[in-house]
Design a protein around this ligand. Sequence first.
Ligand SMILES: NC(=O)c1ccc[n+]([C@@H]2O[C@H](COP(=O)([O-])OP(=O)(O)OC[C@H]3O[C@@H](n4cnc5c(N)ncnc54)[C@H](OP(=O)(O)O)[C@@H]3O)[C@@H](O)[C@H]2O)c1
Length: 340
Amino acid sequence: MGYKVVVVGATGNVGREMLNILDERQFPVDEIAVLASRKSMGTEVSFGDKTLKTKDLATFDFTGWDMALFAVGSEATKEYAPKSAAAGCVVIDNSSLYRYDPEIPLIVPEVNPDAITMYSNKNIIANPNCSTAQMVVALKPLHDRAKIKRVVVSTYQSVSGSGKDAIDELWDQTKGMYVPGQEKPARVYPKQIAFNVIPQIDVFLDSGDTKEEWKMVVETKKIIDPSIKVTATCVRVPVFVGHSESINIETEEFLDEDEARDILREAPGILVVDKREPGGYVTPVECVGDYATFISRIRQDVTVENGLNLWCVSDNLRKGAALNAVQIAELLGRRVLKKG
Ligand SMILES: NC(=O)c1ccc[n+]([C@@H]2O[C@H](COP(=O)([O-])OP(=O)(O)OC[C@H]3O[C@@H](n4cnc5c(N)ncnc54)[C@H](OP(=O)(O)O)[C@@H]3O)[C@@H](O)[C@H]2O)c1
């Protein structure tokens, strides 16, 4: 016996990827419903070799369903996730709405699987921000060995992290550069994204940080350890899929770069590609469609007592969203619901 699963936001980037991953990982699905907004009613989406017709989220009854994987914005989540949770259908949510609620677990299964026990507080589990998810996978095994004190991270985030309209904007603006009369102004982003980089992701806070930067700080503390200090600079780059991060780590105990490489090689969810030669590292185009968080450029930072630098790349639609959500569903199944 398997699960009755609802995918909410099934026409979006993350929703489609969740359907692919449920199928790829042979998640035990007995029945599946795919939901989006009313305007997408009847739109077809693929689930393995099946084609499913999208239903309207606004009129869907969650009673009798086991779990709902939500990938709609915070507003629609706020309206519909509580309905699912109240009907006994456990919500696994990709939006940022519930991540900072102390009663709701924020889970990366390789890092803090035991937090799953908190799911029953509200029948809701939160999935972290894409840039946090890949970073904590890399940080956790190093923290366990040498206790991380401080992290300085700069991100290079792809446009797919802002939804399907942003992908179109990069594509259309890039084409528009070469076709006179077809220039496309910035709409999704505050400045031109084609052939440019934008040091702003999400809104500005009073501190001068952006909300994306704040999310990386708060989520890392919630998932790994409240004592870790994080400072982040988040940058949007003209890449379609795959987030990259330059991570500088200071630890309490000395950690040699070779030992760090060995620890990361053994850690769950990580693939180390670290040859000190041209091309001996991973770039975003190579990680598309992969499950792993790739680590390259592992080296000592000799400007501080116990410092390390590394380069971390992952498919933001997978580990940063859809894969992590499906891994949470697997964890929920294995530890709690125990069907399948
Ligand atoms: N992309 C990433 O890397 C990433 C990573 C982590 C978290 N997330 C989060 O995941 C969520 C989805 O992101 P995405 O990139 O997949 O966005 P997207 O490609 O723009 O897709 C949005 C989806 O939400 C649906 N939707 C929007 N408003 C709705 C409403 N009122 N009622 C029903 N359905 C509604 C859309 O349906 P229609 O097609 O009918 O409009 C579509 O299926 C967001 O909360 C985002 O912050 C994304």
